[in-house]
Design a protein around this ligand. Structure first.
Ligand code: HEM
Length: 401
């Protein structure tokens, strides 16, 4: 490629996702070796996979493309940084450990428990919109988009109301700082420390929340150990970037897409029955969790190229979701798109655990926004998060009336 883009540098994403570069990759280099740069974790290069078919293949073959540590590496995981704690949270574990963790967590995270949150989330959504400081001129991401997802995760984790703003500030700051991990170390430690204390409290005094159910979860198999304190803290840590930041980006990115495509907004208003399709299109369009890394467990071939055992491979769901080979007019935001086989929630054994919750939050938020406001206007160009993993709108100045 004559023109290269540093995909390991957060600043590359400061002006939005480099779609043109990825279109070139999909057309000309479906497997592309990214040379290391000063920003590449471990000073290491990595493979880049960009076509839908190849991304799906990597996701559905965890035996070849591991989410955990692959010896002799001391770290692994799903971002380019070699996470030493890989294997302790379900998203960075392979089976059978992944199966055990997901099985235990799913005991608290039941479809019933999630459905039961709907009334509370709708009440919260109404209150968030009612509290906008000045609808004539305000920042949508901080006042609206981040709120409901954060409240949902805090409810799952039983975080007291008075601690919620502090926690979300740590997460926001952690994402803003350029660092090797998804959230910078300094803020990660603050959140981790808070999580440890909360887990200990709930171990002693179980409450009526999903975290308490997970802490006390056991399987029928007496050989299978309950979650250890470290595994619990890692679950706690996982949910903020995995569940809150992603949904916030989906809501913010959707707002921007509706303003830029007023015909689609009008269509949704006229046809509220299209909401489920609109939600899927929002996730395809925004793809808030834009890439994943895996580590090859053996020499293999993918996308017509050879990958060596131990090498890092990144696959880009946001590129898969814009692949012309799979989607008709992929750069059109079409709320009636059907079918819409996007991979915004992943696929295979690691498919998002929070799909039902994420869909519900996006649906509630836009139902309530449409019920309360008629007009939406962008007051300044959007600002984007300088982060290559959790990419999305950082600031959106709006007028809503
Ligand atoms: C629009 C919002 C969301 C998007 C785009 C999204 C996306 C994803 C993706 C792509 C994965 C696969 C990770 C991998 O293969 O390495 C994933 C996994 C996961 N997500 Fe989500 N997610 C969203 C919302 C949520 C919510 C609301 C929660 C929880 C409350 C959640 C919890 C998780 C967990 C625990 C995993 C790990 C599952 C496993 O490894 O088995 N996500 N998500």
């Amino acid at each position: 490629m004559s023109e290269t883009v540093d995909l390991s540098h957060g600043a590359t994403f400061e002006h939005g996702f480099p779609h043109e570069f990825f279109k070139k990759l999909r057309d000309e280099r479906p497997i592309y070796w990214h040379e290391p740069t000063q920003y590449s974790p471990g000073g290491e290069g990595f493979w880049v996979i960009s076509r839908y078919e190849d991304c799906v293949r990597a996701m559905r073959d965890p035996a070849t493309f591991s989410s955990d540590k692959v010896p002799p590496r001391k770290g692994g995981g799903t971002s380019l940084f070699d996470e030493p704690y890989a294997g302790l949270a379900m998203n960075t574990a392979d089976d059978p450990q992944h199966k055990r963790l997901r099985g235990l967590v799913s005991q608290g995270f039941t479809p019933r428990a999630i459905a039961d949150m709907e009334t509370d989330l709708r009440r919260r959504a109404k209150s968030i919109l009612g509290k906008i400081s000045n609808p004539e001129c305000f920042e949508f991401m901080s006042e609206v988009a981040r709120e409901l997802p954060l409240q949902a995760i805090c409810t799952i984790l039983g975080v007291p109301e008075e601690d919620r703003v502090q926690l979300s500030d740590w997460i926001d700051h952690g994402l803003m700082v350029q660092s090797e991990g998804v959230i910078s170390r300094e803020y990660l430690l603050l959140i981790q420390d808070y999580g440890k204390k909360l887990i200990e409290q709930k171990r002693q005094n179980p409450a009526n929340d999903i975290l308490s159910a997970i802490i006390h979860a056991r399987t029928d198999d007496p050989q299978e150990a309950p979650l250890t304190p470290l595994e619990l803290v890692n679950f706690f840590l996982l949910l903020f970037p995995a569940g809150a930041e992603t949904t916030r980006s989906a809501i913010g990115g959707a707002m921007l897409a509706f303003i830029e495509n007023p015909d689609q907004l009008a269509k949704l208003r006229a046809h509220p029955e299209l909401m489920p399709n609109a939600v899927e299109e929002i996730v395809r369009w925004t793809t808030p969790s834009i890439y994943k890394r895996r580590t090859a467990t053996c020499d293999t071939e993918i996308a017509g190229g050879k990958v060596k055992a131990g090498q890092k491979l990144s696959y880009w769901e946001i590129s898969a979701n814009r692949d012309e080979r799979m989607f008709k007019d992929p750069f059109k935001f079409d709320i009636a798109r059907d079918p819409n086989p996007h991979v915004g929630f992943g696929t295979g054994i690691h498919i998002c655990l929070g799909i039902a919750l994420a869909r519900m939050e996006i649906k509630i938020m836009f139902e309530e926004i449409l019920a309360r406001f008629q007009n939406f206007e962008l007051l300044a160009p959007p600002l984007w998060m300088p982060n290559n993993r959790l990419h999305g709108v950082r600031e959106l100045k709006l007028r809503m009336s």
